[in-house]
Write a protein of this length. Sequence first.
Lengths: 487, 411
Amino acid sequence: MSAHNESILREPLITGENITYSKITDDVLVPVENKPNKAWWIGFTVAALFALLWVVSVGYTFYVGIGAWGLNKTVGWAWDITGFVWWVGIGHAGTLISAVLLLFRQNWRNSINRSAEAMTIFAVICAATYVVSHMGRPWLAYWPLPLPNQFGSLWVNFNSPLVWDVFAISTYFSVSLVFWYTGLLPDIATIRDRAAGVRKKIYTILSFGWAGSVKNWQRFEAVSLILAGISTPLVLSVHTIVSMDFATSLEPGWHTTIFPPYFVAGAIFSGFAMVQTLLLVVRKVMNFENYITMFHIESMNKIIIVTGSIVGVAYLTELFIAWYSGVEYEQYAFLNRVSGPYWWAYWSMMTCNVISPQLFWFKKIRTSITASWILSIVVNIGMWFERFVIIVTSLHRDYLPSSWVMFYPSIVDVCVFLGSIGLFFTLFLLFLRVLPAIAIAEVKLLLKSASDQVKQKQIAEGHVKKEEGEAYQESLTKYDSVDYLKV
Amino acid sequence: MGTHNHTTHNFNEQFEFSGKAKTWSLVAMLIGIVAIAYGFLIDSSEHHSERTFANLLLMGYYFTCICAAGAFFLALQFVAQAGWSAGLLRIPQAFAKVLPVAAFILILIIIAGLFSHNLYHHWHLEGISDEKHANFDPIVAEKSSFLNAPFFLLRQVVFLSIYSIFAVLLTRYSNAEDKLGGLANYNKSIKVATIFLVIFGFTQPIWSFDTIMSIEAHWFSTMFGWYNFAALWVSGLCAITLTIILLKKSGHLTWVNENHLHDLGKFIFAFSIFWTYVWFSQFLLIWYANIPEETVYFYKRWEDEYKFWFWLNIVINFLAPVLILMTRDAKRQTNTLMFVCILLLCGHWLDYYMMIMPGSLEEHRDFGITEIGIAIGFVGLFTFLMLTKLASKPLVPQNHPLLEESLHHQI
């Protein structure tokens, strides 16, 4: 990495004056080392109540069976699988940020990777709860595992993409967890070194004896790179396999070859939107404006336009090929999506996923925190609709017109979904209290090369071309964390 | 690495296109002309003119794709604000500058093939959408509002002209930057690159549906556009890398070192896997669902004439780069990387061969003078045009604002 030759044209990844290594540690650990404030308690209470709702509604589902949901004989798969795919998709950004951006040497990942990975893990947990609640008989949850017949279950059907899913997601979850935890080790050790009493004991155990020696760091770097190499194909594989749950079938609207990469792009899209939703609040509430800067926000918005447009290309390709194929069932499936009784779902999806992210082409909008936050929620909604459209509109009008029906979710369907959101936020809020939300050690790496104070010094000392220095200063006007007039 | 990297290089260095390179590219072009003449006039087998046209389409498309990949590479570097590649941008620029010529040749081949009924006869045939005609084909008739000669040619001309205009624009700003310095041209390049990427991203799938997929007009696959993009991108990266290596071997581009090659090697490695991912997803989903109108595509490729080549395609384009380029050292050794580039360039010729021949020549496919000669001819043409363009400007965009990062690039 050509750190000391970084061009002045690159915007700062750390802003603020008099930032030192110890100040970074202090700033990031404020929420971990102090009692939570009122805002946290309010958020946590609301989230926990929703999580409780999840316990109740899933408990009810287990008690009466999945007949509690709004499924009928034509639509046998609806909000349950929609929720599952939605969560798995959101669970993509963390590893993408950590692994793929690491491989591409994008240093701006350093201050957002920690929260994004935590989010990944919690989103995959939410997805896993859907798998279990799907089963109706959770005490038989071991059936998808290839256990010998003598054990009591039948040998699994390896031809089924649902079994591939079990392997893909559990592998992804394990590797993401290891990746996240490995990255946490130096930071946990930092907390340990500053803590006392029981907290010190706990963090001592959690830090796995991290000593900060050269050897520790060398191994840390090596293992990060190896895990990044392993997780990159894994990120792709997970949503590929999820897409194959649908695409291997003969269902018009599901069976289409573009599904694997299109699902992956959609997953990255929704994952980044969720990171944006969470971090914009976190940076404000926890005063992380100097570490999660406007450059980070703008970069994520750019990724949202790119992936949103890729998804758009896929939507249009599907529509076009449905017509071009000359297969009347395929043509009808898409005609029904666009103009059938679920037209509003289709057009919500198109508007939220393809059209509204195009607003990010305007610099004013992609550097506005409010607009970014609202649009990130819009994307989350759109991606939920995408799965709903794919799943329900393809199923509700099958080959036999006499069995055509609409799908209406039951109250239990709605509660399971809302509850899973509560579960997600409960876990995320707990994470913010006990672990640093920003990778302290990794952000420190950037202080001497990519911070505003270093760049200002270079300009002041006349090390950079005048025009480039001015371009740099001008780029700071959009930063809410820099007082532009002062510089 | 030397922090004084820039002191030892001659940034005004210009490539001189002469000597062996020039002679051999002219000889290669001559071989191509002879092969075309052989295919049309001397070869007396039944399908000789179809075969010659199929090969012309293959190489015309390949040639255009390689040049478009140069423009795409260039645009990507600007949009991603990449610093590492600043020192080697003149090579993809030379590719992009040839795109208008390549596009023109491709359009000529398509027009000639279409109207002489040597190409696209699956949908371009008299009476094909006339119910009373003996040639009536109900499936093609249904899509004839899209697949008809005027609209088809219009799309080709519009898409290829837009790509060409943007390719030339992208290089023009860089030339202006050489003279004027400053950031204005760099900023303009970013804008143009963004617009190009959006247009290319939305139209490229249709362009490959038209040019290649419509050879088998009954068959359809939503993945086909991205599959062709993957082939375009991998082969383009290989051509860029190979050009850089050969230039370095002849003593040019001293500022490009093993770190830059390592990054190019990583790209080739990663996107070979991506190509395989797309290839395999398309294959697996069609095989699994087993719907006759889709599997027909792979049935043809499973016949004796093609089966060996079908599998060889995967071996060359997936197994070889993955196994050879796996280690860090392999990507940093010039000769290993050069070998993989040449192998993959041949591999993607085979990839296009497998896309085109089963639909056009079917069981009459062949491999001989026509195939080899036309391929050599186009390689010569590309080399000649690209090196001529390369020679017109200094080998480094010396006022590129991120050049320092490229010179000190170390991984």
